[in-house]
Structures are given as C-alpha cells and as structure tokens.
Design a binder for this molecule. Structure first.
Ligand SMILES: [Zn+2]
Length: 91
C-alpha cells in the first residue's frame, strides 16, 4: 500500500543551488563535493632563486585545479580505495 521505501538523502532538485565546478582536465561539470582540488604551477626548486623571490609572489604561480573523480584517478591525484585521505610522500 504505502511507498516501498524512502530515500534517506535528498539532493537539491533546483538547479544552480548545488555548486558545480568544471573539471580542469576533461571540462565536465561536476558537483563540487565530488571533485578533488589540486594546486599546480611553477615550483621553484632552486634555493638561490627562492631566497630572491618573495614567497608570496611564488604562490601566485600556482593555480587551482578541479579534477573529477575519474580524472583524479587517472592523473594519480587519488588512488582507488583511498579517497578519504590522500597522503603523499609516505611511500
Ligand atoms: Zn575530468
């Protein structure tokens, strides 16, 4: 008689309310909570150059990238099964 079941979660039905971002790699628009954020840019590794350049200035080189789950996995930003905390440099 009654409805079979109710969904426990409810996504917003109205468009535009849920913020979406464009994947920087494939150009797909993905819900923001699904994406992975990475910063890419020029990294100055030369210690001499680093001292000469203001660290604030070097940070402007980096750009924010949004990656959808498939791209993130493909690019090695995240590893499958380890989506919660991506730890780098431990291995
Ligand atoms: Zn993508």
């Amino acid at each position: 008689m009654s409805a079979p079941y109710r969904r426990g979660y409810s996504h917003t039905k109205s468009k535009g309310h849920e913020s979406t971002v464009t994947c920087s790699y494939c150009g797909k628009s993905v819900p923001r909570w699904k994406t992975f954020t990475t910063y890419k840019g020029f990294r100055i590794t030369d210690p001499v150059l680093r001292k000469q350049i203001d660290p604030r200035f070097t940070s402007t080189f980096s750009r924010k990238f949004y990656a959808c789950p498939s791209c993130a996995r493909y690019r090695g930003i995240v590893q499958a099964g380890r989506s919660r905390k991506t730890r780098r440099g431990t291995e």
